[in-house]
Write a protein that binds this ligand. Structure first.
Ligand SMILES: NC(=O)c1ccc[n+]([C@@H]2O[C@H](COP(=O)([O-])OP(=O)(O)OC[C@H]3O[C@@H](n4cnc5c(N)ncnc54)[C@H](OP(=O)(O)O)[C@@H]3O)[C@@H](O)[C@H]2O)c1
Length: 326
């Protein structure tokens, strides 16, 4: 069977993404054939396209999508033709496609109350928010937390979720419009800064103490101010590199900086088994169904326009989640 999909033969700007007709094989052992209904766009797609995250070439694009099972390979249990499922990684990068073969072990069955569009916009970003707020650092009522890119896909979910836990949510955004959007999403103190000056304000908001936890997805540009924003023995989490990789850490020097705990957190290390993946997805679905977190799908593009979607995201023109429709 033939399908339409993006393929990438070299790294570079959006034009390296080629919209092609490709062959889809029959699903093998443990695999299913999926027809995508909605695909999630993530900033990490652009890191892979640019070569910041290394992937073998040629390759496909994307690791978050939702679809309907059209055929089931041998050895697959618990899934059948017609089931609605989603995924975050768990196989080849091939989400930017109309149809694909996917590993059944990576698929997340979708509850009836969760629409395809919501799931495609929320699975990767929401499971990331879940593990960051629940595990990487366990946010408690009364904590002060700092979220970078607070109006973005992950950021807008984190702000709502942390607010519902009872944290004081401080966010960094690049414009007044984004500040308004972040505020609507439960960010108590949006700080507008394009030049990564925010530590002084974080100290003021927290009565001089600093934040209990800083979630830094911007990296190179913000790291030192993030370090200056975290309280003594607080936690500083790097989870993205929107402005480039954060600098190397001189661990001995952190003694004079209040001895913060630091880690680079990656989704793959928090979804290490099927049971862990499904448990985090269930927590996310429950939180969405409770109304504590609303998934804001603010941009939709036809799948074939994925190059434009990536360009807009890189230019910081998007807020909330972005989806591609095959
Ligand atoms: N480690 C993990 O497990 C994991 C999983 C998922 C996502 N992430 C990371 O989480 C972050 C958010 O991902 P997302 O897909 O939801 O994207 P997003 O937040 O919707 O979009 C990225 C935002 O980052 C901000 N930004 C700051 N500096 C930037 C720069 N130099 N270039 C582009 N954007 C810049 C922009 O917001 P402002 O204009 O307001 O600054 C932009 O809107 C990304 O860094 C991503 O890599 C990590």
């Amino acid at each position: 069977m033939k399908t339409k999909a993006f393929r990438m033969y070299k790294v570079g700007g959006p034009s390296v993404l080629k919209w092609e007709t490709v062959e889809v094989l029959e699903p093998g052992r443990g695999q299913v054939l999926l027809r995508h209904t909605v695909i999630g766009l993530n900033l990490a797609d652009t890191y892979r396209r640019r070569g910041i995250y290394k992937v073998p070439l040629p390759n496909g694009m994307g690791n978050e999508a939702v679809g309907v099972i059209e055929a089931v390979g041998p050895g697959v249990r618990g899934l059948k033709v017609g089931d609605r499922v989603g995924y975050v990684g768990g196989g080849a990068l091939d989400a930017y496609s109309e149809r694909r073969v996917a590993n059944a072990a990576a698929l997340i069955p979708l509850p009836d109350g969760i629409k395809d569009r919501t799931a495609a916009a929320a699975l990767l970003k929401g499971i990331t928010a879940q593990y960051l707020l629940r595990d990487a650092y366990r946010v408690r009522k009364g904590d002060a937390i700092l979220v970078h890119a607070a109006a973005g896909g992950v950021g807008s979910i984190m702000c709502q979720w942390a607010n519902s836990i009872g944290a004081t949510v401080i966010g960094v955004v690049s414009s007044q419009d984004k500040a308004k959007f972040a505020k609507r999403n439960g960010c108590h103190y949006p700080i507008v800064s394009r030049t990564a000056k925010f530590a002084k304000q974080v100290r003021e908001i927290t009565g001089g103490e600093g934040a209990n936890v800083v979630y830094d997805s911007v990296g190179k540009l913000t790291w030192n101010e993030s370090l200056a924003s975290v309280r003594r023995r607080g936690t500083l989490i790097s989870f993205g590199s929107a402005s480039g990789e954060p600098p190397k850490v001189d661990i001995a020097a952190t003694g004079a900086m209040g001895s913060p705990f630091m880690a680079r957190c990656a989704l793959v290390n928090y979804t290490t088994s099927r049971a862990e993946l499904l448990s985090r997805a269930r927590d996310l679905f429950r939180t969405i169904e409770s109304g504590a977190v609303k998934i804001r799908v603010n941009q939709r593009y036809a799948l074939k326009d994925a190059r434009k979607a990536q360009r807009d995201m890189e230019a910081r023109r998007t807020t909330g989640s972005t989806v591609l429709i095959p």
